[in-house]
Design a protein around this ligand. Structure first.
Ligand code: SF4
Length: 102
C-alpha cells in the first residue's frame, strides 16, 4: 500500500514538474533578440581564424550579400550562421563568404 502511495506521489511530482518547466519556460525565458547580441570583435579567436573584418576590402563581396547572414536586412549589425551568438557588420567579410544565389 505504501509503495502505491509513493508511486502516485512520484508520478504527480514528475508530471507537475514537466508541466511547470514547460509553462515556466514559456513565461519566464525571453528569447534573445538579435539586437541584444554582442558585436563580433576582430580579435575573437574564430574571427581571426576566418580573417573577419568589419569592412570588406572587396567591392562586391560583403556580409550583406553572403548567404550565411541572417536577420533584418536593414540592420547594420546582423546574426551570421558562422558566428552564433554574435552580430557581424553588414559591410564586413570573412573567408567563409558564400555569395547569395542569384
Ligand atoms: S560567413 Fe563571413 S562573410 Fe558571410 S555573413 Fe558571416 S561573417 Fe560575413
Amino acid at each position: 500500500m505504501k509503495n502505491q502511495s509513493s508511486r502516485r506521489r512520484f508520478l504527480k511530482l514528475t508530471v507537475g514538474g514537466i508541466v511547470g518547466l514547460t509553462v515556466g519556460n514559456k513565461l519566464l525565458v525571453k528569447p534573445a533578440q538579435a539586437a541584444d547580441l554582442p558585436h563580433l570583435s576582430v580579435d575573437d579567436a574564430q574571427a581571426k581564424a576566418l580573417k573577419y573584418v568589419n569592412e570588406s576590402s572587396f567591392s562586391d563581396k560583403n556580409c550583406n550579400n553572403c548567404m550565411l547572414i541572417e536577420g533584418d536586412a536593414s540592420a547594420e549589425w546582423r546574426p551570421c550562421k558562422i558566428f552564433p551568438g554574435k552580430l557581424v557588420n553588414g559591410k564586413g567579410w570573412c573567408s567563409a563568404y558564400a555569395p547569395k544565389p542569384a
